[in-house]
Design a protein around this ligand. Structure first.
Ligand code: PLP
Length: 372
């Protein structure tokens, strides 16, 4: 039995709509982008939303709009994708890495407190693999210290904390639509926020810093530029793809959670496999497990054609760019390093069958039980 790591369902209606958009010549600034933003806003229950060309772009704009600049320190988790830290560094601020929880991979209040200095102006929270950060204490602490929170929701479409969609706790939340994510637009992302001024800034920053939308201009090209903006737009055919998947995601999230629950129950049979407790607040971007002899398990999975990934095998503070620039030390990130050395991501997508989940689980359990 071969099992792919990721699979996407795209409706025939969507493929036909994409073809119409491309043939129409109106490839950007179109109605699908507005519609996608509107539906996304409703789905996440936020006040404002804006498509962007990637989650990285969303994080970059959020860091600028939050006012992060040279001389500031912004805390980011050591266990994340490099985009989280890069977004900080693009602004000239310093990415200060913080250790994470051993099993969730998320930043914790105790680790955060260890990294605070007078220069700390912000923190980027990542909801690793779709599991929500434990916000309550972090938010109270950051509010008291006037530290701005930006959320990296790249893995977290459908993730909730105390029944509220993530991305609504900080100044903004940025989502990713990279192909392996819960929904995809090829490349692409979305920013949500509940702050009107923040929204106005990111809207301008996203499109060159131009002060007038196409519909607001009296003549073509009649606008002013008041800030150094970027071109971080999403095309209309990408929005059409995102919209189609968002509609079906509403139904398929439950299926993802059922798959995760099945893995959870299967792996509860072994105390040699680490895993998070099952939660319906988690959107399960993938299903992470933690094993000691990962390299051997990888060999087996490759041999029997089971798709998997690793999120992530090396921590960002020890990547050459950050290690050389800030002299980061391994001893500051023991949990994140342990997480990096033992995690393995198993497939979760709505068309994955129970018998496939059981097959994967059985192969892994047999391997673990036979390993000394
Ligand atoms: C945690 C995290 N943040 C940000 C990103 C960047 O997302 P994008 O590829 O949409 O720029 C990723 C990408 O996988 C990610 O995993």
């Amino acid at each position: 039995m071969k099992v792919k790591f990721s699979k996407k369902n795209i409706s025939n209606k969507c493929l036909s709509d994409i073809s119409k958009i491309i043939k129409s010549g109106w490839l950007t600034h179109g109605k699908y982008t507005k519609l996608f933003e509107e539906k996304f806003r409703k789905y996440t229950n936020s006040k404002y939303s804006l498509t962007v060309s990637s989650c990285t772009a969303g994080l970059h704009l959020s860091c600028i709009a939050a006012g992060f600049k040279h001389g500031d320190e912004i805390i980011v988790p050591a266990m994340t994708h490099t985009a989280t830290a890069h977004a900080v560094e693009y602004t000239g601020a310093k990415a200060v890495f913080c250790d994470v929880d051993l099993v969730s991979g998320n930043l914790t209040i105790d680790n955060l407190k260890k990294k605070i200095s007078k220069k700390t102006k912000g923190v980027i929270l990542v909801h690793m693999n779709g599991g929500p950060c434990d916000f309550e204490q972090i938010k109270t602490f950051c509010d008291k210290k006037k530290i701005k929170i930006i959320e990296d929701c790249a893995h977290a479409l459908g993730t909730k904390y105390k029944n509220k969609h993530v991305g609504n706790f900080g100044l903004s939340g940025s989502f990713s639509f990279y192909p392996t994510k819960q929904i995809t637009t090829g490349e692409g992302g979305m920013i949500i926020t509940n702050n009107k001024n923040f929204f106005k800034s990111i809207k301008k920053l996203k499109a060159f810093g131009i002060d007038k939308d196409i519909g607001e201009r009296k003549k073509p090209g009649e606008y002013d530029v008041k800030m150094l903006g970027f071109n971080y737009r999403m095309t209309d055919f990408q929005s059409c793809l995102g919209l189609d998947q968002l509609q079906s995601y509403k139904k398929s999230l439950g299926k993802r959670q059922k798959i995760a629950k099945r893995y959870y129950q299967n792996f509860c049979r072994s105390n040699k496999i680490g895993q998070l407790k099952f939660s319906k607040q988690n959107s399960y971007f993938i299903y992470p497990i933690f094993v000691k002899k990962r390299d051997k398990l990888i060999k087996l999975l490759n041999k029997i054609h089971i798709g998997f990934s690793i999120h992530y095998p090396k921590i960002i503070p020890l990547m050459s760019y950050y290690k050389n620039k800030y002299r980061n030390k391994k001893s500051d990130y023991t949990n994140a390093i342990n997480y990096a050395n033992t995690n393995i991501s198993l497939p979760v997508y709505p068309s994955l069958k129970n018998k496939e989940v059981d097959y994967i689980s059985k192969k892994i359990l047999t391997f673990i039980n036979n390993e000394k």
